[in-house]
Ligand binder design. Structure first.
Ligand code: GRF
Length: 197
């Protein structure tokens, strides 16, 4: 199965997926919306095709998404993986990849969609935080949930210490989600995802 991974920065989740060497998963390309994304160099060093598509070069969100979809489709993906990809995608783009695009969000959705999730969990006095892998739909941070992982929020946690604890779980959870998809073990029923087998 061909996997295309989209990043915006360091790409630590992309690295975790590549290093997991998931049987049956071929990482066809890593694409970034910023030419300076550190993950591009990391992927290129490992012989993975890379594309930098600077969103600032496009007059509109639609124009960027159209070009992005064309570049993605040139690798004939079975699955598109958003990994630290910090762009709001147009409904047409998310529709084009319906049922075959993942995102990872650093909270236990539906709690804390959007940004600054760790500080918000600390400020809300949460005892648990975590991360969510979900299918991407037109509604931001809201698609059918594939996997979640919870971590404790400790009394002396800072945004950084909690982010590090969650990120470690992300690096375990995302490869597991890609593997489940590649093995055809996911069945989506509305907002619910059943794990077969
Ligand atoms: C991570 O917290 C992830 O949950 C969010 O973006 C952050 C950076 O991820 N989507 P990465 O290191 O670029 O994979």
């Amino acid at each position: 199965k061909n996997i295309v991974i989209l990043i915006s920065g360091r790409g630590s989740n992309m690295q975790a997926i590549v290093e997991a060497a998931i049987p049956g998963a071929h990482i066809a390309a890593v694409i970034a919306n910023r030419p300076d994304a550190a993950g591009l160099a990391w992927a290129a060093e490992r012989g993975i095709a890379t594309v930098a598509l600077d969103h600032k070069q496009y007059a509109s969100r639609e124009a960027f998404d159209t070009e992005l979809a064309a570049r993605i489709d040139s690798f004939q993906p079975d699955l598109v993986v958003l990994a630290g990809f910090m762009r709001i995608l147009t409904p047409a783009f998310t529709q084009h990849y319906a049922g075959r695009m993942f995102n990872i969000h650093p909270s236990l959705l539906p709690a804390f969609p959007g940004l600054h999730t760790h500080q918000r969990a600390i400020d809300a006095g949460c005892k648990l935080a975590g991360c969510t892998v979900h299918f991407v739909t037109a509604e931001l941070d809201h698609g059918p949930i594939v996997f979640q992982a919870a971590v404790p929020v400790l009394d002396d946690d800072t945004e950084t210490s909690l982010a590090q604890r969650v990120l470690a779980e992300e690096h375990r959870l995302y490869p597991a989600a890609v593997q489940a998809f590649v093995q055809g073990r996911l069945e989506v029923d509305g907002l619910r995802v059943r794990h077969l087998g």
